[in-house]
Ligand binder design. Sequence first.
Ligand code: PGA
Length: 247
Amino acid sequence: MKKKLIAGNWKMNGSSASNEALVKALAAGMDGKDCLVAVCVPAPYLGQVQALVANTGMDLGAQDLSQHESGAYTGEVSAVMLKDFGVRYAIVGHSERRQYHGETDALVALKAQRALANGITPIVCVGETLAEREAGQTEEVVKRQLAAVIHTNGHCISEIVVAYEPVWAIGTGKTASPEQAQEVHAVLRAQLKAATPHADRVHILYGGSMNAANAAQLLAQTDIDGGLVGGASLKAPDFLSIVAAAR
Ligand code: PGA
């Protein structure tokens, strides 16, 4: 069986001092972990955190990347640059980027493609809003979001990580129930199975108010292969409890 993956998404939080304290506390609690662990940090701190996670068993992740290889794209960060800092994962299509930066399904698919072309595993986020869930559109929305990535990436799709993050659960303290999450994860797994014979290899993470108290139950579901953790990834004891629940 594949190991679960717990990825912290720090979002736009941190400072040199707090990053050092957090990663040192995480490193001190990694003994005996039985899963993959990554921290997805703000771009300016990639170099700092690269050094801090070295030899800790944790991997480094970014929160976004440009769909372009290089050139006149002021403010953007390329996959090649991320690779230069030892980045293993890059979140793409987080709902906050879709919502505040107008990222479309097609753009997210291109970002995933750029990451894969540079040996970085994209963590592709999909998820419905509350209005979409209430309108009974959950399945349709997540399938549309994933379909774009499958369409652009073909057989490479087995190399991605998917994160199901219901928008209404992100940062709200409202978690999808394990059954609600599993239902959507099963839909996503079936969609991947139709696209690749290696769908079982793909980690499908749950994200949205995952915490020390609810992680074990969520992670016990058949198609939940890990978590993408926002708020709780900023507190070492909370993140370590989630890591401990992932086995
Ligand atoms: P949250 O964020 O755990 O704070 O809900 C998850 C995410 O947005 O990735």
